[in-house]
Design a protein. Structure first.
Length: 222
């Protein structure tokens, strides 16, 4: 696969890539560990595929929902449906917002099913589940996961490639927060690159470290 948006990039290498003397045909997308990567790195095909799987799982949940209370349906959603929507999310978080909204609609559909009225239990039946609080949005969960990985990268050798150089100390103003733990934000003119892991998390990290003191004294779990 040739990773490029230029129409001329593919023909330039067509037939030149060989394995054991056999030319390798170029593909529009390849699958790596369950993540479908397309040649333009837009991840539309991957989002479409996982959205289809998750949607089918929501339909399956609907068929058994009448046998479960709210806590049971929510537990089944967390265990069997949400993993589809979050697997390897940090690798495809640069996709367009229109794609991620498709996943958000599936979660809203599942939560409507979870909150749907069901026949009450008999008076003497003990409650099996405690009341649960509303779920965080998928975007919020992706952002938290990204911050956790970014924090872990500061001290784990095999994640050193995700580290960003420290930001040069500047004077704080009313509109710009500064922190001794701030990092440089990579420059980019493309909105897609600004949504990638390093670009997005660098900006979140600056806000996070300015709001949370003594970040270096905290472990990743905290």
């Amino acid at each position: 696969m040739v990773v490029s948006r230029s129409p001329a990039a593919g023909p330039a290498v067509e037939g030149r890539l060989r394995f054991g003397g056999v030319p390798l045909p170029l593909q529009e997308a390849v699958k790596v560990l369950g993540v479908e990567v397309d040649r333009e790195l837009r991840f539309y095909g991957h989002i479409k595929r996982i959205a289809k799987k998750a949607s089918h799982s929501v339909s399956a949940l609907r068929r058994v929902a009448r046998f479960l209370d709210r806590g049971g349906k929510l537990l089944l959603y967390k265990a069997q449906i949400r993993p589809y929507l979050e697997y390897a999310a940090l690798s495809w978080m640069s996709c367009a917002a229109s794609h991620t909204r498709r996943l958000d609609s599936i979660q809203r559909r599942a939560l409507r099913l979870v909150d749907a009225a069901h026949p009450p239990d008999p008076p003497d039946t003990p409650a099996l589940f405690e009341p649960v609080s509303p779920l965080d949005s998928l975007e919020h969960r992706r952002d938290v996961a990204a911050l956790v990985v970014f924090h872990k990268a500061q001290g784990v050798p095999h994640l050193a490639g995700l580290r960003q150089p420290p930001r040069v100390a500047t004077r704080s103003t009313r509109t710009v927060l500064t922190s001794g733990d701030a990092v440089e934000v990579p420059r980019s003119r493309a909105s897609q690159h600004q949504r990638t892991f390093v670009g997005r998390v660098s900006r979140m990290w600056i806000i996070f470290t300015a709001a949370v003191p003594h970040i270096q004294e905290m472990n990743t779990q905290v």
